[in-house]
Design a protein around this ligand. Sequence first.
Ligand code: AMP
Ligand code: ZN
Length: 113
Amino acid sequence: MADQSCVFCKIINKALPVTLIEENDDCIVIEDIAPKAPVHYLIIPKKHIINVHDLDASTASIMSSMALMAKKIAQKLPEPKAFGLIINNGEQAGQTVLHMHQHFLSGAKLTDL
Ligand code: AMP
Ligand code: ZN
C-alpha cells in the first residue's frame, strides 16, 4: 500500500518528476538527485517496504527482482561493467528515505566514495 507521505511512493505514482532509467512490474530505476558517483541510480520496489527488516516470506522475492534489474541496467555500462549495490537499513546506517531502495553505483570505487 502506498504511503501518502513517502517521497518514493510519490515518484512511483508519477506525482514527482524524476529521470526514469527503467521500470517493470516490480520496481523502478531512477537517477539519484544528489549523485555520489558518475552513475548513481536508485532501484526502488513499487511496494512500500521500509527496509530489509520489513521483509517476510511473502515479500522477500523483491530482492531477486532488484538483483535482476541491476543486472539489466548494468548491460548499458561500459566494459568492464563494474558496479556496486548498497541498501542502507536504518537511520544509523544512513537511510534517509524509509522506503527500501538499492543504490546502483558505477564509475568510482565504493571505497573512494
Ligand atoms: P538513503 O540515504 O540510502 O535513504 O538514500 C536516499 C537517496 O534518495 C539519496 O541518495 C537521495 O539523494 C535520494 N533522493 C531523495 N529524494 C530524491 C528524489 N526526489 N529524486 C531522486 N533521488 C532522491
Ligand atoms: Zn513508499
